[in-house]
Design a binder for this molecule. Structure first.
Ligand code: FAD
Length: 634
């Protein structure tokens, strides 16, 4: 009875159904039959099986590269089999790593249906209480009114918190300092084509948050199959993501898919009555008797000259990401406790994608057709443990981070005097470059070694290297670079300084770049120009040495990783939040100020699109519970 999971079902490339990912192909059914030791594959009804996961395995240890499936079998749906074939099923035993019996699992739907179902159950027995949560004023007016909630920030955490709260009937105002995706796209275009940085609408600020102009990787370390992650994924599908993200071993969306998805998300929130205020920045909290009772906002669109506006709320969800450094300062002015947090800094390495395809797939590299064929564009994930030397007794890890196959390096500065970068891609991952951060872990010891102390020591540490990188590039967002081989030998690459980039059209999303290079530098996908520099001058020596040591180890694992075509770009500082805002685990409320709910990456509880969305979702449930809008479990 019940469900069984069958793992490691390998299907060869030529027999795989390709993009028809939910299809139980004959080849897959044959693999299922082999694992079940069932003699006639064709007698197994395909409808009894559901594909849960599909990934591509091209590890050198494999005899041949293949697609690897995890499939769930519903025993009830095998009931139509002839009685004698039941003998096979009744003898089925778990086999470690291959067959597992699953107790009746609750199937998790998309968030919207989950909430609707819950509302149906609770409708009669849960009265919607008046607008004050017990942690706020505690007063109850006789007329039932919806609690008024501000969600600050429309990144994944803010969007999912808004969704849950609005679905439960709260009166939600979503406040976003940046612009909606349509306008934000034009602002980003102006940045990458004309070097005009809009301080409030850029790669970090605006609808969808930092992850909108990104690779849209939906991989997460918080448990791919957990109910909460699946609920987020199914919600994304409801708003337009392809269903393949539910089964893909390495799901990704790409910027071109994220933009329409965010428009649908916005429309749904507005249909629920959410008041979305773009171009509006929260400058301050209004705190009375240790509780937040509202926020001061001002216009950040640059169009209006509005003086500060006061808005009253019963609770404030703070989902501002970790690039809003002004918000950390503002929180300190209210004595909100902030703790410095370990994170990682480093450089972004870029190789020709073709080289990564060859390293990973050997001969099969020819078959990678820009993501359109069966075989995905190759990626990599590397990590090295670096043992501390006498001078620097701390041990560190150096790891690849936010790898963007077929992507481009982009500038994520929100201030022209600071330079930091990241990577993005489109859904087809068709560019000719592959980039990834190589990040080294840093801790408070590193911050204090440079003279930075206190809750924002990590922020100061980041800023130090961002300013150094801006100076090394010479300004105007030109990025300092060094060929990997030269970085290993500590010598500057090339003599001529600027590497110019020209575009065919203003439409940077579709334009093709032509590179006029008079230097010996390999071409870079970065569109605002690169300048040869000695990146050894950027970080303290132990970070540089950790990078050198690790790059050398990565070259052993991926021969060719160190090559003349590989270019290191500086600097990658915003890998995760340098700060944590302590909160009460059960309620998600700040430990310092009542009615304040710090969530997502900026609060130090997430790292990446999916985990930020999950955190916002849980915070939404917790707040709905404290407001008596929801009585279930969290
Ligand atoms: P954010 O997404 O940072 O959103 C915070 C929002 O708050 C922003 O929109 C900001 O404008 C707004 N805000 C800030 N201050 C205020 C204020 N005072 N008033 C009003 N609004 C305010 N992660 C992945 O998992 N996969 C990827 O492929 C990936 N690629 C990335 C590529 C790039 C270029 C970048 C920059 C990040 C990428 N990330 C990726 C990381 C990911 O984007 C973040 O982890 C995630 O967006 C964090 O979500 P969040 O909701 O906590 O905060």
């Amino acid at each position: 009875k019940g469900f069984w999971r069958l793992f490691k079902l390998g299907v060869s490339i030529d027999r795989d159904p390709g993009k028809d990912f939910l299809h139980i192909s004959d080849a897959l059914l044959e693999e299922v039959a082999k694992v079940l030791e069932f003699p006639v594959a064709s007698m197994l009804p395909p409808e009894a099986f559901v594909v849960l996961r599909k990934s591509f395995d091209a590890r050198k240890s494999q005899k041949e590269p293949k697609f690897v499936y995890t499939v769930e079998m519903d025993v009830d749906k095998l009931l139509d089999l002839e009685p004698r074939t039941w003998d096979f099923i009744s003898l089925l035993k778990p086999k470690i790593g291959l067959i597992e019996h699953m107790p009746h699992e609750k199937v998790v739907g998309d968030l919207v249906s989950v909430i609707h179902d819950n509302k149906k159950i609770d409708q009669d027995r849960v009265p919607v209480e008046n607008g004050h949560s017990s942690s706020l004023s505690g007063s109850k007016s006789p007329a039932a009114k919806k609690p008024k909630i501000a969600v600050v920030g429309s990144g994944p955490s803010g969007l999912f918190a808004s969704l849950v709260l609005a679905e439960f009937g709260a009166d939600v105002t979503l406040i976003e300092r940046g612009q909606p995706v349509e306008k934000r796209g034009r602002d980003i275009g102006a940045l990458v084509v004309r070097r005009i940085l809009q301080l409030e609408s850029n790669f970090c600020f605006g609808e969808g948050g930092a992850g909108t102009w990104s690779d849209g990787k939906l991989v997460t370390r918080i448990g791919r199959n957990s109910g909460s992650v699946m609920s987020v994924m199914k919600t994304l599908v409801q708003f337009g993501a392809p269903e393949s993200i539910l089964v893909d071993g390495k799901p990704h969306l790409g910027t071109d898919r994220l933009i329409p998805l965010l428009r649908n998300f916005r429309q749904h929130l507005q249909d629920l009555g959410v008041n979305i205020r773009f171009g509006t920045r929260v400058d301050d909290l209004i705190v009375e008797n240790g509780h937040v009772v509202g926020v001061n906002v001002s216009d950040s669109s640059g169009r209006l000259q509005l003086s500060s506006e006061k808005l009253g709320f019963d609770a404030v969800v703070l989902a501002v990401g970790h690039s809003a450094r002004d918000v950390y300062q503002m929180l300190l002015s209210h004595n909100v406790e902030l703790l410095p947090k370990d994170f990682a800094v480093g450089l972004r390495i870029e190789h020709p994608q073709e080289l990564i395809n060859i390293i990973q797939y050997s001969k099969l590299a020819n078959e990678v057709r820009s993501g359109r064929g069966k075989i995905p564009v190759a990626d990599y994930k590397v990590v090295e443990y670096v043992k501390g030397e006498e001078k620097d007794a701390s041990s560190r890890s150096c790891y690849s981070f936010c790898m963007c196959p077929g992507g481009q390096v982009v500038v994520t500065s929100v201030n022209p005097s600071e330079l930091c970068i990241n990577g993005m891609s489109f859904s087809r991952r068709a560019s000719k470059w592959a980039n990834a951060a190589l990040a080294v872990t840093v801790s408070q010891k590193d911050f204090s070694a440079l003279g930075f102390h206190g809750p924002l020591a990590g922020v100061e540490f980041q800023r130090e290297f961002e300013q150094r990188a801006a100076n090394m590039g010479g300004g105007s967002f030109v990025v300092p670079v060094q060929i990997v081989k030269d970085f290993m030998d500590n010598k500057v690459s090339g003599k001529i300084l600027i590497h110019f980039v020209f575009f065919t059209t203003d439409q940077w999303l579709s334009s093709r770049a032509f590179f006029m290079s008079a230097t010996s530098l390999p071409s870079s996908s970065y569109r605002l120009g690169v300048k040869a520099a000695n990146l050894h001058e950027l970080f303290p020596v132990h970070i540089t040495e950790a990078l050198q040591h690790s790059i050398s180890a990565f070259d052993q694992e991926l021969p060719g990783f160190i090559s003349n075509g590989a270019l290191l770009h500086g600097v990658e500082t915003r890998t995760s939040s340098p700060v944590q805002i302590p909160r009460i685990p059960e309620t998600f409320e700040s430990m310092s100020v009542g009615g304040l709910y710090p969530v997502g990456e900026g609060a130090g509880y997430a790292g990446g699109i999916v985990s930020a969305a999950v955190d916002g979702m849980y915070a939404g449930f917790a707040l709905a519970k404290s407001l008596n809008l929801y009585k279930g479990e969290i």
